[in-house]
Structures are given as C-alpha cells and as structure tokens.
Write a protein that binds this ligand. Structure first.
Ligand code: HEM
Ligand code: HEM
Length: 183
C-alpha cells in the first residue's frame, strides 16, 4: 500500500515549512551581513532571530510527532551505505535545527540580550552571565554551522535527485501527498 511508504501529512507539512524557513533564514542572515545601513542590518537580524525561534518550535513539534508516528522505513532496495548516509544526514539536520537556534539564543544571552520574537514576546536572556568573548565565539560557531547546514541541504537534494533520476524509485513522493513511491 502506498500510504505505508509515505510520511504522514503532518510530517510532510512540517518538513516543507521548516525547509522553506531555513532557506529564508539563511538569506536573512546574509542580508544582515551585507547591509550597509545599520538600521537595515538590525531589522534583518531581528527577523532572522524571530524566524530562528519559530524554526525551533516547528522542529520540536516535528520531533514530537516523529516519536509517536514512526516514519516509513527506508526502501529495502537501498544499499547499506545509502541508508547509513541518509540516516546520518537526517540526524545531523535535527541536531542543527535544534542547535542553531539554541546556540543563537545562548550567544545573545552572553551579551545580556533577550530575544524578541516577532514583537509578540521576548525570550529572556538565559541566566549564564555576560561574557562578550564567549558570545562572539558562539556566534562564529553558529555562522559556520549554518553554512555546514547549507552543504548538507545540497547533499540531501542530490540524494533525492539520484533516487528520482538514476534509481527511479519515486523517493520525492515519500515526502509529498501525490506521485507513487516505490518499495
Ligand atoms: C532545506 C532544508 C531541509 C531540511 C532541514 C530537510 C530535512 C529532512 C529530514 C530531517 C528528513 C528525514 C525525515 C525523518 O525521517 O524524520 C527529510 C526527508 C526528506 N526530504 Fe528533506 N529537508 C530539507 C529540504 C528538502 C528539499 C529541498 C527536498 C527536495 C527537493 C527534500 C526532500 C526530502 C525527501 C524526499 C525526504 C524523504 C527521504 C526518505 O525517507 O526517503 N528535503 N528531510
Ligand atoms: C535554524 C535557525 C537558524 C539558522 C539556519 C541560522 C543560520 C545562520 C547563518 C547561516 C548565519 C551566518 C551568516 C553569515 O555569516 O553570513 C547566522 C548568523 C547569525 N545568527 Fe542565525 N540561524 C538560526 C537561528 C538563529 C537564532 C534563533 C538567533 C538568535 C536568537 C540567531 C542569531 C544569529 C546572529 C546574532 C548571527 C550573526 C553572527 C555573527 O555575528 O557572525 N540565529 N545564522
């Protein structure tokens, strides 16, 4: 039955929402970095932080949902190395999807800053004390991890394309409500 080979509707919705949000958030960080007017950089960064915290919430929902709705097993036709690589990339995605926003929040906390989320509420600075140097190191690790994530997205999409074009196993349809995924 096709339905056993597909992710659930909720898992699909969260996957695509998070995917779009991550790409937009990367562009916001770059826009802040490249802005020549300080007020613009500040505005982009404000949106970057708000969207980052939104991604954290969506990811917690995604992981919670995954714990009670097991995803369809990877196709039996996949080679051992393919399964291991796909699983490793998925696990690292979840680690980054949690680690990037939490690391960003921690970096802000070391500056003594609360994180305003869409002007709706503020996450208080975590009680870690102020430490400018540590905040900068964390921000650097954050930026580098964000770039590593982009490389993984390229790898993830390349894997999907290899399955669709070379193996013709309908891999993409596992994450969409149409098309026919194969075993
Ligand atoms: C941009 C950020 C993205 C992130 C963070 C991401 C993350 C993930 C994660 C964590 C999974 C594993 C789901 C699970 O088992 O819990 C997954 C599966 C999948 N993703 Fe993505 N994804 C992204 C973008 C994309 C894009 C752009 C495509 C396709 C164009 C795509 C196609 C798929 C497919 C087809 C699966 C199912 C893999 C399988 O089980 O065979 N993803 N993604
Ligand atoms: C999943 C969510 C997030 C992703 C994918 C992400 C990604 C990135 C990337 C790629 C950069 C580097 C831009 C560059 O160097 O050109 C960056 C910078 C930054 N992000 Fe995030 N971020 C996320 C969440 C957050 C959150 C929640 C906060 C704060 C609460 C935050 C605060 C920052 C700050 C302050 C910088 C500038 C770092 C510096 O001074 O070099 N980010 N982010």
């Amino acid at each position: 039955m096709t339905e056993d080979k597909r992710y659930s509707g909720v898992a699909m919705l969260l996957h695509w929402l998070i995917a779009v949000a991550v790409i937009v958030n990367w562009r916001l960080a770059e826009a802040a970095e490249e802005a020549t007017v300080r007020a613009d950089a500040f505005a982009y960064m404000g949106n970057h932080k708000s969207l980052g915290i939104t991604i954290l919430v969506l990811t917690l929902l995604r992981i919670g949902w995954r714990l009670i709705h097991r995803p369809p097993p990877l196709r039996a036709s996949m080679a051992g190395w393919e399964k291991a690589l796909a699983k490793a990339v998925h696990v690292i995605f979840y680690v980054l999807l949690l680690g990037l926003p939490l690391g960003g929040w921690l970096a802000e906390s070391y500056e003594g800053h609360a994180v305003n989320v869409w002007g709706l509420f503020s996450l208080p600075a975590l009680p870690v004390g102020e430490n400018e140097a540590l905040s900068h190191t964390l921000a650097e690790i954050h930026g580098t991890s964000g770039k590593i994530m982009l490389l993984l997205i390229v790898l993830h999409v390349a894997g999907m394309l290899k399955h669709m074009v070379v193996d013709k196993d309908g891999n993409l349809w596992r994450m969409l409500p149409f098309g026919t995924p194969k075993a």
